[in-house]
Design a protein around this ligand. Structure first.
Ligand code: SAM
Length: 250
């Protein structure tokens, strides 16, 4: 005889145990209350139940990311080129010096910039992500550096373009001003910061989305916004939240 309370029989008490965190994909044993047994439930992982300050330091550490790449739980991965990025490449003269910070294992975008004739440097501080990217890139493996975007010595290179996708929103907000300053430092005057930026609300980050006023505070003293459009082909987890933006350095 089923001795569970009526509510559990009706709604499926183990529903949360079969769902996964919408950001990192980790399965959670946390119960989120009674939900229909066969519904898709998106919950946050156990890591996200820690104090927000601990979580911030987590996502600022390479192990946080390596753990996810090693287990293949990387729901932010697009496995393709955003339409806006393809359009940007089509209208951008070749031989630009391009930097892709927080590239993760996104080898496809690295290859796309290379095939469009650009000189690409990509960097990530997760050894697992870098190894995956290098393995997928074959002869282009040397385009990827294992290092910290904030402290790596890029030498005298002044980049023409910095490409952004899900890197800024992975950083704790306390690092956002450092991000904007570092990008401005690495770009030549009139160089472009381009890519997909996450905007909106998130009650349980990461990711940490921007707000319009925060973006203005971060970027407007260093950059001019020259294009901003909704991303036409976002992943479902980012639907309605991503903007393709192009910021020109002063
Ligand atoms: C959400 S993932 C995005 C990866 C990639 N841009 C993509 O679209 O698939 C964020 C990445 O930023 C990297 N990252 C975070 N902080 C970093 C830092 N200080 N220096 C270099 N990489 C960093 C992480 O290792 C992770 O691969």
């Amino acid at each position: 005889m089923d001795r569970r309370p009526d509510s559990a029989r009706l709604f499926g008490e183990n529903a949360a145990a079969t769902s996964a965190c919408e950001w990192c994909g980790w399965r959670s044993s946390r119960r989120v209350g009674f939900v229909p047994a066969r519904s898709t439930v998106y919950v946050r992982c156990v890591l996200n139940e820690t104090d927000p300050r601990e979580r911030e330091s987590d996502s600022a550490r390479p192990e946080f990311w390596s753990q996810r790449y090693a287990s293949g739980r990387t729901p932010w991965q697009l496995d393709g080129i955003p339409d806006h990025a393809a359009a940007f490449l089509a209208r951008t003269a070749p031989r630009s010096k391009v930097l892709i910070p927080g590239c993760g294992s996104d080898h496809q975008v690295i290859r796309a910039f290379r095939e469009a004739g650009h000189d690409v440097t990509a960097i990530d501080f997760s050894a697992v992500a870098v190894e995956q990217a290098k393995n997928a890139l074959g002869k282009l493996r040397d385009t990827v550096i294992l290092g910290d975007f904030f402290s790596y010595a890029f030498g005298a290179i002044a980049f023409d373009i910095v490409y952004e996708r899900t890197f800024l929103c992975s950083l704790p907000p306390r690092l956002w001003d450092d991000y904007a300053g570092r990008v401005a430092q690495l770009l030549r005057p009139k160089g472009m910061l381009v890519g997909c930026f996450l905007y909106g609300e998130e009650s349980d980050p990461p990711p940490y989305p921007l707000k319009e006023d925060k973006a203005a505070e971060l970027f407007c003293s260093r950059f001019k916004l020259v294009r901003s459009e909704p991303v036409s082909d976002p992943l479902p987890i980012f639907a309605g939240m991503e903007k393709w933006q192009e910021w020109r350095r002063y």
